[in-house]
Design a protein. Structure first.
Length: 518
């Protein structure tokens, strides 16, 4: 085997080992030298008070009459539309604005809840056994970069006064909540306060939306856990970032300067929802806190402006993130001029093929050399099968003359694999492709509703099998059937990329043979 044929596999192996060592085995220590609890560390709470304080997921409201009509306040920015309500001094509705597919479309993630589900209101402040619900709208302030919405709770029947202020930032998806609890009298035992907010809700996706808990753990890493695999008795101590995400959106607390969230946990709800709960220390005197949240889409630029840690919630984060980001950048750039993501995916596939063309030509040459070498080797093995000495000599002469065929023919495959895996994540989880149409496909982020693309993929691969070496034909035939079946579960955008790649591969093979480039 020639040295140049060994170089790439060895280099690839070295990079793989280094990446595994760096990303999976270089974690920070999970406990300080004194054995104290670290921010983000998690525990499982027992269900009885005899052992320790159980998780408090129930909300009991103060029994009182509504002092006046509901006040709803709308805040519009270029990025989103908020509706705040005096009921619970909470977010009643949240709708994001964005360029999806070929048109501007609004996507809601927070919706009004019925009166029977008052505990599900977004950023409701709950107190142990005495949760206020009917707040008074104080006023709305606006500046160049932000809008403030103020509420107050002060009932003659209550033992405390509460002030809540929401701050909506106009240029980012950041939201602040400042609140103050003022006891009217001395409290002997005190109480814990709890803030809760729901996971992003997209009714059109239903149970197909993948809801996950998102937490920065004790190692300082963003950890995601699917709702179905979450331990409902687990809690996190002083988390620096906690919340939930879905396929396209994130709702998380990103900053807690005064450490309101002494511990945090989750509560499962109806409609595939998951509620994040932030619990305070015991309140016995006047206390004030301010927390920051990211309620926005899973877009790298939008998240990086608010908190770079949020990029780890992207499906294409990790080792392949640089490749995925570059491919998404190209896709958006092409869409800017073509105004259709389907066409953008086809052109992107063409650009990738052109970029890899020199390696493909080299691969075809390497494949042809291997076939020729194997034919000659089979011939001398058959001719000298009864003369081992001569067979060894002839084999050595063959290798000396032609060299041992290396893995150069596999180079295009090695280069395409990271691109394919990166695009798998990008085309299957990017909000930009949501509801983006192309020909018969209404939504490139969902499966092909008529399974036309999987059939075309299998058909092209069957044609490809007819043009290959007979010894490899059976393998490619099996791959065509298997890959056609598997691609039926892919998003239509990814299936379109695979079909375009296979089709262009057929054309490439034809042109290479036609012009004898190999």
């Amino acid at each position: 085997m020639k040295l140049k044929d060994l170089l790439f596999p060895v280099l690839l192996a070295f990079i793989t080992v280094f990446a595994i060592q760096y990303f999976f085995f270089s974690g920070k220590k999970t406990q300080n030298d004194n054995g104290e609890v670290i921010s983000g560390q998690s525990f499982v709470a027992p269900k009885t008070r005899q052992e320790t304080r159980p998780l408090n997921k129930e909300v009991d409201f103060i029994d009182e009459k509504r002092p006046g009509p509901i006040t709803k306040t709308k805040v519009e920015t270029d990025l989103a539309s908020f509706v705040f309500s005096s009921d619970g001094a909470s977010i009643d509705r949240l709708v994001f604005k964005g360029d999806l597919g070929n048109k501007m479309k609004a996507l809601g993630t927070i919706f009004p809840v019925p009166s029977t589900e008052r505990e599900n209101r977004c950023l409701l402040l709950a107190l142990r056994e005495k949760t206020p619900y009917y707040y008074t709208f104080v006023g709305k302030e606006e500046a160049e970069s932000w809008v403030k919405v103020n509420y107050k709770y002060d009932s003659p029947n209550s033992d405390f006064i509460i002030h809540k202020t929401f701050i909506v930032y106009k240029k980012t998806h950041k939201l602040d909540l400042a609140f103050e609890i003022i006891p009217k009298k001395k409290l002997e035992n005190g109480f814990e306060a709890r803030l809760s907010f729901p996971s992003p809700l997209m009714p059109e996706l239903g149970k197909d939306d993948m809801i996950s808990a998102v937490v920065v753990n004790e190692k300082g890493s963003v950890q995601k856990t699917l709702k179905s695999k979450l331990d409902d008795q687990r809690y996190w101590v002083n988390p620096k970032l906690i919340g939930t995400d879905s396929k396209y959106f994130v709702h998380v607390m990103i900053e807690d300067a005064k450490r309101f969230a002494q511990r945090s946990y989750y509560r499962a709800g109806d409609r595939n929802m998951l509620f994040s709960i932030l619990e305070s220390p015991v309140v016995k005197e006047k206390s004030a806190w301010s927390l920051s949240f990211y309620f926005g889409p899973k877009e790298d630029k939008a998240m990086a402006v608010v908190d770079p840690r949020l990029e780890k919630t992207l499906e294409y984060s990790g080792i392949l993130a640089p490749i995925a980001k570059f491919l998404l950048f190209l896709l958006k750039f092409l869409h800017k001029y073509l105004r259709n993501y389907g066409l953008a995916i086809i052109i992107l596939t063409l650009l990738i093929k052109l970029l890899l063309l020199p390696f493909s030509i080299k691969g075809e040459k390497g494949m042809k050399q291997r076939v020729e070498f194997q034919k000659k080797l089979d011939y001398i093995q058959k001719k000298y099968k009864h003369d081992k000495v001569t067979l060894a000599r002839e084999r050595a002469e063959l290798i000396k003359k032609h060299g041992m065929p290396g893995l150069g023919g596999c180079l295009p495959l090695f280069l395409q694999l990271p691109i394919f895996f990166a695009l798998t994540r990008v085309l299957g989880s990017s909000v930009e492709l949501y509801n983006a149409p192309f020909l018969w496909i209404p939504d490139l982020s969902a499966k092909d509703p008529y399974y036309i693309l999987p059939i075309l993929i299998a058909g092209c691969m069957l044609i490809q099998a007819a043009t290959t070496d007979p010894k490899q034909r059976t393998t490619i035939l099996v791959m065509a059937l298997v890959f056609g079946a598997i691609s039926s579960s892919f998003s239509a955008g990814l299936a379109l990329y695979i079909f375009s790649s296979v089709l262009l591969g057929l054309l490439q093979t034809f042109l290479i043979k036609r012009f004898k480039l190999s």
